[in-house]
Ligand binder design. Structure first.
Ligand SMILES: Cc1cc2nc3c(=O)[nH]c(=O)nc-3n(C[C@H](O)[C@H](O)[C@H](O)COP(=O)(O)OP(=O)(O)OC[C@H]3O[C@@H](n4cnc5c(N)ncnc54)[C@H](O)[C@@H]3O)c2cc1C
Length: 504
């Protein structure tokens, strides 16, 4: 699309957090001109996410960023005894899931192991990695620019910023839980009110032996010391903080830790900017209003229990990027952009409930303590641990798409090809991927009319015989025979009208 002379970019992304960076990159790969506006002069150094889920790690893999993410994990973790990355499990309400109890042969888990070495990637390092990706794509990130006003003019958006007005075709708020874009667009944010205050800090602890290690509960809440020396998490059920914006002080962390642990532990210094959070759980009433959209924390907030927020937001960005890119490029099928809200909302609602359930189990009262015992017993069974790990890792995520094949609507599993490459290796530049394992290339011939949007990869392995993968990694069509039934319908539905006449 030719950019309007008065327009600064096809799409303006507000916020250079992880979600804004992923979205900007996906839009650029889809051919849109993009700019990112970020109010901070420098990247945020506060400690937040420590882990990403499988779909997020696979999104990095899909764009050729897996080796860099694996490198981050290798540098931060001491190497395992057997040289293989440890199987990351996560926790539910502080109950750490024992990897030895998980059924790793479960088909969903076994189908997504290629990214095992890139699950423990902290947010700061992930943002640095994504910033490099965005820079290589030539996307301008304008730091120190805060969005303060917007007007949807029907054919674009006029944006007021601290650096002057910006005109853009579309505006996406990736500006975090207290999103200005959401407020200015008048989008409601219903949900449940917070009842706790949590703190994450890394501190110098004078007498760590008084704390023990791992999660511990008391009548006031819960705390965790470790796994790294000095890492402290406290959770207190005495309501939200009076001022969420105030920096977390050493005294605040020590007071909270003393209260919740019942010890007189002494902290002597904070080693990095600490983070304060609540269990405020809300989801935007709509992810789109006209030419304004929301993604990431701007669209949903919840407590960080179980580490879901960043990955949920990256999933939004992967889902939205190619769809909005298709709208900008002019080939989007009818209603494509509306599928963004329809596909992502149920998952967002599930994450909110997953974290609410953990709040219920973590409270300090006797009933919650009793519930914790029951849930703990269930999670220590093979079935319980496997269930929770599948949920936390995201391997069972699916969107409701038409078609009978079990892969349809799921994230494409690891698929190794006869030439030693993997299917994901062929999609670093974005676009649809069609795996064709028919002996005569029948699927690829059918998709030739979408050349430029769909890249065909031929292979001589067995089932699945064919898989059409959307740019976000979701399987749009799959077959276990050489019959082309449904392929063309899926191409029309997701990749729009064909560019040229196909040959059957
Ligand atoms: C303690 C803690 C632990 C967590 N652990 C995990 C975990 O293990 N796994 C996980 O998946 N998630 C985790 N999360 C959640 C994760 O940190 C967030 O979900 C994630 O940061 C959301 O990314 P985002 O890009 O949507 O928003 P943000 O990271 O909040 O980025 C928004 C950006 O927008 C900018 N901005 C805001 N307003 C404006 C404006 N008006 N104009 C211009 N720029 C603006 C901000 O400066 C910021 O850079 C954790 C969170 C916390 C607090």
């Amino acid at each position: 699309m030719t950019m309007n002379v008065n327009q600064d970019a096809d799409v303006t992304v507000v916020g250079a957090g992880p979600v804004g960076l992923v979205l900007a990159a996906e839009l650029a790969l889809a051919g849109a001109t993009v700019q990112v506006l970020e109010r901070r002069a420098e990247p945020d150094q506060a400690m937040k996410a420590g882990a990403i889920n499988v779909p997020t790690a696979e999104a990095l893999d899909r764009r050729g960023l897996l080796p860099a993410a694996e490198q981050v994990q290798r540098e931060l973790l001491s190497p395992p005894d057997d040289g293989r990355p440890a199987r990351f499990t996560g926790h539910f309400a502080g109950m750490v899931l024992d990897p030895d109890r998980v059924d790793w042969s479960d088909a969903d888990l076994a189908g997504h192991t290629a990214v095992d070495g890139a699950r423990l990637v902290p947010q700061r390092e992930l943002e640095a990695l994504l910033a490099g990706h965005v820079a290589r794509l030539g996307i301008p990130v304008r730091r120190g620019v805060e969005v303060t006003a917007l007007e949807d003019t029907g054919d674009g958006v006029l944006v007021g910023t601290t650096a002057g007005p910006v005109r853009t075709g579309w505006l996406v708020g990736c500006d975090g839980g207290r999103s200005t874009v959401r407020r200015l667009a008048g989008i409601d944010f219903p949900g449940t009110d917070p009842e706790l205050t949590g703190i994450l800090a890394v501190a110098d602890v004078a007498d760590p032996s008084v704390l023990g290690s791992g999660w511990a509960w008391s009548t006031r809440g819960a705390y965790r010391y470790g796994p790294q020396p000095g890492r402290v998490v406290t959770v207190e059920f005495d309501g939200p903080p009076a001022d969420r914006s105030a920096p977390v002080t050493l005294e605040e962390v020590q007071t909270s830790l003393r209260r919740v642990s019942g010890t007189d532990v002494t902290l002597t210094a904070l080693r990095a900017a600490a983070t304060r959070w609540t269990d405020n759980a809300r989801q935007a009433a709509a992810y789109r209003s006209g030419r304004v959209l929301l993604a990431g924390d701007a669209a949903h907030v919840h407590s960080p229990f179980g580490g879901q927020g960043l990955s949920l937001g990256v999933g939004d960005a992967m889902n939205l990027g190619w769809k909005l890119g298709a709208v900008v490029a002019g080939w989007a099928p009818d209603g494509l952009l509306d599928t963004y809200d329809a596909e992502r909302r149920p998952l967002g609602a599930w994450v909110l409930d997953w974290t609410r359930a953990q709040t219920g189990v973590m409270r300090g009262d006797a009933k919650s303590a009793a519930l914790r015992e029951v849930v703990g017993d269930l999670l220590s069974t093979r079935e319980g641990a496997t269930y929770a790990v599948k949920k936390i890792s995201g391997v069972t995520q699916r969107v409701d798409l038409p078609g009978d094949h079990p892969l349809i609507g799921r994230f494409v599993p690891d698929l190794c090809l006869g030439d030693g490459s993997r299917l994901v290796d062929h999609g670093h530049g974005g676009g649809f991927l069609l795996l064709d394992r028919t002996p005569d290339g029948a699927f690829a011939r059918r998709a030739a009319a979408w050349d430029g949007r769909v890249s065909s990869v031929t292979d001589d392995q067995a089932t699945p015989t064919g898989v059409l993968v959307r740019p976000d990694g979701v399987v749009a069509w799959a077959a276990d025979t050489a019959a082309v039934t449904g392929l063309e319908a899926a191409l029309h539905r997701w990749a729009g009208a064909p560019l040229t006449c196909g040959r059957s």
